[in-house]
Design a protein. Sequence first.
Lengths: 329, 291
Amino acid sequence: MTLHMPPILTYALRRLVQAIPVVILIMIGTFLLLKLAPGDTVDALVGDMGGADAAFIARLRVEYGLDQPVWVQLWRYMVKLASFDFGWSFVYEQPVATVLMDRLGTTLMLMAASLSIAFCAGIVLGAIAARRAYSATDNLISVLGLVFYATPSFFLSLMLMLVFSVKLGWLPVGGIKTIAAFYTGWDHVWDVVRHLIMPTTALSLIYLAFYLRLMRASVMEVADLDYVRTARAKGAREGRLMIHHIMRNALLPVVTLLGLQFSTVLGGSIVVETIFTLPGLGQLAYQSVVQRDMNTLMGIIFLCALIVVVVNFLTDLLYARLDSRIELA
Amino acid sequence: MTLADTEIAPPEPPRYVMFWRRYKRNRAALLGLVLFVLVVVMALTAGIIDPGDPLRRAGDPLTPPFVNWATPLGTDQLGRDVLSGVFYGARISLLIGVVATLVAIVIGVVIGALAGHFGGWVDDVLMRITEAFQTIPNFVLLLTLVAIMGSKIEWITLAIGIVSWTAPARMVRAEFMSLRNREFVDAARNLGVSNTSIIFREILPNALPPIVVYASVIMALSILMESALAFLALGDPNYASWGNMIGQGRAVLRSAPYCAVIPGIAIILTVLSFSLLGEGLNDALNPRQKK
């Protein structure tokens, strides 16, 4: 047994082992999707060359292992995926992995900014709504949350664009940096930030509603518990009560949602990145669908799934740190 | 024992009356119901308000709203009537929403019921598959399925259902796990009732209320997904769809913002109605749940 390992490490190890079958299933899934898609690598290659004779096509099929039984193909595919070889993109004339890495940074930046804003604003507003439950403040916060939840991300993006770019002219309509401006240093950073303000606002306003509603319910539940009443009876002031006694436990379900929500927000970034022409994974996904670039699309699915697995793993660890009731061993 | 205890309680009003009493206590849910009825009426009367193809030219391009009574909400850059687009769009949104939700619930119930009822390796395998599905971002999978199957409305609806079943599956599983060892199920089992019968006739009816409530969430999300697909011009081009109207309105956002704003409001109100409806259903179906 792992005698000298701290319990948090054994816990982490166990969660990692549990993630393995999920990753394998995702590999099988993307393989099946590739097989279901009309045309295979050789068709794409031949199409790229502008046609070829039958004998050459047959030779290519052998070369790419497409004459092998499905099981052998699946195995080879999985081995390749495991070494981050996602195949060749016939649209970008580059390995898919290179194309993905070029785009990953933008998406991660957008996700990190939107999720942290949505999460922080959500828990603060949710806590305020819960402490003044059924008051006008609570009603206002809850109604706004519901309306943003019901707003399609593309519509919200367009409205932001209409107000802040078209009418007021404060913010750029799209892209990640001003083209041909060649900013350096802090000017460059500020330029990128200005380009990210609207996409980040659009994404975070919509996902804020999830955290807000859960946090409100959670705070109201925890505030009713005996230990909070005890603390209040002992003379703890409301502010201290909220921060030291209620928040910590009320945050638990919200942290879980943070992990689960990550995959939804990655999906939502497709629309937002496409509208604001941000060169990230979401825009790439849309372009791959339009151009039927299946290799790239599968690469995106696998990469996104991996990111979600990692984020879920990290949330589990965070959850275990926050909730001392969880058995680590 | 006092006399009062033995007195027979007055007969409880019928179920639907109780249901309605609990439902109407929530004022927001009533608003949701009104909005929902409005959208349904729009979907049903689309053919009466504007017989004919909503995608045809109905007037001069870019007529602003409230100018010409033939086209009260104005026309888009191709001269198509915005009002009729909104009415026909309601039809498509509701249709796709309802069918996709049914698909998602059916898949979710089957997988969740099998996993929750049998447990063991069946549960392990099905839950790993569910997790794998949950790990892939919904909308990315939806785009991939549309890329593979094509943009026909039937396929889009099916694809939305396929990407939405994981949450109901988990809920059904949890309900089954808590119900499968209750006395009434044991009784049925001891009477020799078959597994299929136990699953569908004994446990499932008791597991349904939370799923009915969740159906309103899936419906709202399905409508949002369909509109996003249509906005990206990946929807079925043969039908008027709110998302598509907004997508086209984007080109004239500067000069004629109403082309995008009107269908946008339609989507918001429809999705809002489902969210509020869901809250009302929750109050009515799970009255003892702690709020």
